[in-house]
Design a protein around this ligand. Structure first.
Ligand SMILES: [Fe+2]
Ligand SMILES: [Fe+2]
Length: 192
């Protein structure tokens, strides 16, 4: 893996200012959540730092990476907004020599999620939604309170999916099956 400072310099030079600020926020938040849940906080910081590394490429370039280099199944990537997620995992490996599967998988699934997400993947997914630099402050406060409840992490994720699903329906966008499956899985989990 390339040195942390080298990665930060690349991200600062290639992401726009707001995206870079968001990136640093996700890295810090991922580190804090990892400490809270007893995971490797340095690894979580790195995953947070790299999660949006593909955001500086246009949709056409990202689509080419997904189809030509990664041979992805595009049926679950209905919106071009989700392309940077799997493409980011590819770029983290190719450009920054990240070999750690947990880091790569968490980058891969940070937008749509996946069924049976690991604790590490859930933390990166959530950090992306509640980081302090660019996300809504009252939303962040609310989710941090939810995290303190029993089964807080799954409750917090369920709230994120509630919000996403409502917004997809409101905008009359297509919903991928993975979203529905994760929603059902989280419901089972919090009602168990
Ligand atoms: Fe993202
Ligand atoms: Fe992000």
């Amino acid at each position: 893996m390339k040195p942390l400072e080298e990665i930060k310099i690349w991200l600062e030079a290639n992401l726009d200012e707001e995206r870079y600020s968001h990136t640093l926020g996700v890295a810090d938040c991922a580190k804090e959540l990892a400490q809270k849940y007893g995971l490797d906080s340095e690894k979580a910081y790195m995953a947070g730092l790299l999660h949006d590394c593909a955001k500086c490429y246009d949709n056409e370039t990202l689509r080419e990476i997904l189809t030509d280099k990664m041979h992805c199944d595009m049926t679950e990537l209905l919106s071009p907004k989700t392309y940077h997620s799997p493409a980011g995992a590819y770029l983290a490996k190719e450009m920054f020599d990240v070999e750690d599967k947990e880091i790569l998988d968490s980058i891969y699934c940070h937008t749509v999620g996946r069924e049976n997400m690991t604790l590490f993947e859930k933390i990166i997914f959530l950090a992306d939604k509640i980081e302090p630099n660019t996300r809504d402050k009252s939303w962040r406060k609310h989710i941090l309170e939810v995290l303190e409840q029993e089964n807080g992490l799954n409750e917090a994720l369920l709230e994120c999916f509630d919000y996403t699903i409502k917004s997809i329906v409101d905008r009359r966008l297509k919903m991928c099956l993975t979203t529905v499956k994760i929603y059902n899985e989280l419901l089972d989990n919090v009602n168990a």
